[in-house]
Structures are given as C-alpha cells and as structure tokens.
Ligand binder design. Structure first.
Ligand SMILES: [Zn+2]
Length: 249
C-alpha cells in the first residue's frame, strides 16, 4: 500500500477578516475559511491529522463565528465517504490545540492523540489574549480536554512510523507541528496553521512567506526556513484548493 493523504471538508468559518490568516494584509476583506480534516491511509494504521470544528451552535456561542457545516461535512459522514471507520483510527495528530483543529478528537475512541508537550502546556495556561482560542473560560470544558486521557505528548521532531514524521513548527503557537509524509509521488507536509493558505507560503512582493496569527514571530520565521529546507510540497490547513485536490499521494 502506498501512503495517501486525503483532505476532507468538515465545515467552513464564514466571513472572517482575511488578516486573520495573512498578517497585516486584508484587514477589510472578508473570506470564508474551510476547515480540513486530513486522513493518512496506507501506513501501519490510519492516522487522522486535525479533527475540525464543533457544531455551528457552539462555534457561535464560544467564538462568535458563524459556521456552515452541511450534512456531508459532518466528520463521520466525511470519513465514511472514504471508507474510514473512526473506531479503526489508531492515531490522531493535532497540529495544535486551537478550537478549530481538535473539536472532534472524541470521535476516535481508540486513538492515541499526539500533541507537542509545549502546546499542551500552553493550552492549559495561555496568555490572556489566547484564552478564547483554547476555549479556556470558566463554565466551559474545552474540546481538547475531552480526549486528555488519551494524549501522548511529544517533544520536537519525531518519527511516527516509517514514512511519516512529526515536524515541530513553533510560531503560530508554541507547539504547532506539521506531519511530513513520504509518499510515492513525493514528500508532503501537512503544515497546520503555520501555512493556513497557499498565500502564506508563496508570499508577496514584500515577504517570501506571510505568517498567520502568531505567539512568536521569530520562531515562526525559523519554522518557514525549516520547511524550505525540507524541500517538500506544502499542504495548507485552510485552503479551498487543498480540498479541490482531495488526495495527495
Ligand atoms: Zn490555529
């Protein structure tokens, strides 16, 4: 079996300021941001990378963001469309613990949930402006905490299994990480929010690469250099063109 990365559409965040994904660019432009769950098949066991958003009601109540998630984008339905049973998923990797990347961890009852240790520590006690994005508010159980008993924390770059490795990419958050997959057609990096859209990676006239939101800009720049050195194809976390491509192999 050859390794394949499937990109599944599991909802859309509606009407965000473009500056939310491209630093200091597009403050007055509104964009719809797709949420993507990645599934890696063909390895020792099925791996899910990021699990998307909760239902529309709680997204609005907790984050003030309007979400569209038609039935075919329900995570269970999306998994079924590629023949994956959540009970057969052995590993969930969270690229980071922002609410829109881990809300459905609970759907995978037998999976180990892999998170960078620095991300876990920061999610417990973030700086005040980041409390909301980690759902750290009194009266709320953050979605990432629902799978805490199954978390395996890791530190830095780690091989998960032959051909699949974690790459620590701090900057967007302290423990952001990507997943590097050596497929038959080339090397691919599921980049998490280090690269939210292709524009973050391709840059513009002023910058080779454009960060999204960050906790550490210096670390973010180093992470961009690290990705350059990998020489792989970069797969962004929130770009419609990734969904149009559907499968990377
Ligand atoms: Zn994020």
């Amino acid at each position: 079996m050859t390794l394949k990365i499937h990109a599944l559409h599991v909802g859309t965040l509606l009407g965000l300021s473009k500056a939310a994904v491209t630093f200091q660019r597009g403050y007055f432009e509104r964009i719809d941001v797709p949420v993507i769950m990645f599934v890696i098949t063909g390895g020792e066991h099925t791996i899910v990378v990021d699990t998307g958003i909760s239902d529309a009601e709680s997204a609005l109540a907790r984050h003030g963001i309007t979400v569209a998630r038609p039935e075919d984008q329900d995570p269970r339905t999306a998994l079924e469309s590629i023949g994956v049973d959540p009970a057969d998923v052995g590993t969930v990797v969270n690229t980071h613990l922002h609410w829109d990347h881990c809300a459905n961890n609970y759907l995978f009852p037998d999976a180990q949930v892999i998170v960078q240790k620095t991300e876990l520590e920061y999610a417990v006690d973030p700086f005040e402006p980041n409390l909301k994005v980690y759902e750290r508010r009194s009266g709320i159980t953050p979605d990432w905490m629902r799978s805490l008993g199954r978390v395996r924390s890791v530190a830095g770059d780690v091989e998960l299994e032959p051909g699949i490795s974690l790459v620590h990419l701090p900057g967007h958050s302290p423990g952001s990480q990507g997943v590097l997959v050596h497929a038959a057609g080339g090397d691919y990096l599921v980049a998490g929010d280090c690269v939210s859209c292709y524009e973050n990676w391709t840059g513009d006239a002023l910058a080779r690469h454009i960060p999204a939101a960050f906790t550490d800009l210096g670390a973010y720049m180093k992470s961009f250099r690290k990705i350059e050195a990998l020489g792989c194809e970069v797969i962004p976390s929130h770009d419609q063109r990734v969904l149009d491509h559907r499968v990377f192999s």
